[in-house]
Ligand binder design. Structure first.
Ligand code: IMP
Length: 214
């Protein structure tokens, strides 16, 4: 039987690869370029849900295809959920010069803010006895299928620590230690991270939903 097509509203090769690994046997997963979409899709929402919905609906409206989109970011409790939807551009949002390394600039902007706020003692796990700021990474996936919208959420809780550690990953990985671990996402490596990450958890929920539908 011919596979149904599902569009992921992204051109990020890493995301496409990760999604195809989970859903590729059931669906032909196409990225934006594969459907001839070269537009800069607006992301103007105040929440991950709103941004993911905006991207998925854009594809549905302009290309008439079922689509899903994701939006992710870091939320720090002591900063009322910041950087949130500004995760990718937190340094610029705070008026900092960004330079060549956007990830470093974003982490520096975040640590500068956090250093003005007392950290909490970490009670459990390998980091017990040290200090950090409670945080989580979140991913929201929105699937627009025919006329329906479905939401899938993935969360990984942890702490932001004072100093960057590790070379792997991207974004805020060097300063985020997931709950139950003693190393940052950047130290843990791709395999461990992809087993527990916010994105992996949201994708697993989407896959479960689509498998039940088949
Ligand atoms: P996106 O919506 O997946 O493009 O993520 C937006 C921003 O959130 C990224 O540019 C990163 O700054 C941050 N972010 C999302 N996921 C991760 C992660 O797994 N590790 C570190 N930073 C992340």
């Amino acid at each position: 039987m011919e596979k149904k097509t599902l569009v992921l509203a992204s051109n990020n090769a890493h995301k496409l690869e990760e999604i195809r690994a989970v859903l590729g046997s059931m669906y032909e997963i196409k990225g934006l370029k594969d459907i001839g979409c070269h537009d800069d899709i607006p992301e103007t929402g105040n929440t991950f849900e709103a941004n993911a919905l905006q991207k998925a609906l854009y594809v549905k409206e302009h290309f008439g295809m079922d689509c899903f989109a994701d939006d992710s970011g870091l939320q720090v409790e002591a900063l009322n959920g910041e950087p949130g939807v500004y995760s990718a551009r937190y340094a610029a949002k705070n008026g900092k010069s960004v330079g060549d390394n956007k990830d470093d600039a974003n982490m520096d902007a975040l640590l500068e803010k956090l250093n003005a706020i007392p950290p909490v003692a970490i009670a459990e796990g390998p980091l017990a006895g040290s200090e950090g700021w409670k945080a989580c990474f979140r991913t929201c996936i929105v699937l627009v299928q025919e006329e329906e919208k479905y939401y899938f959420d993935g969360i990984v809780n942890g702490h932001i620590i004072r100093e960057k550690r590790g070379d792997g990953g991207f974004g805020y990985d060097p300063i985020f230690v997931p709950e139950g671990y003693g190393e940052t996402f950047a130290e843990l490596g791709t395999e461990v991270k992809n087993g527990i990450s916010h994105r992996a958890r949201a994708v697993a929920k989407l896959a479960e939903f689509l498998k039940k539908e088949k």
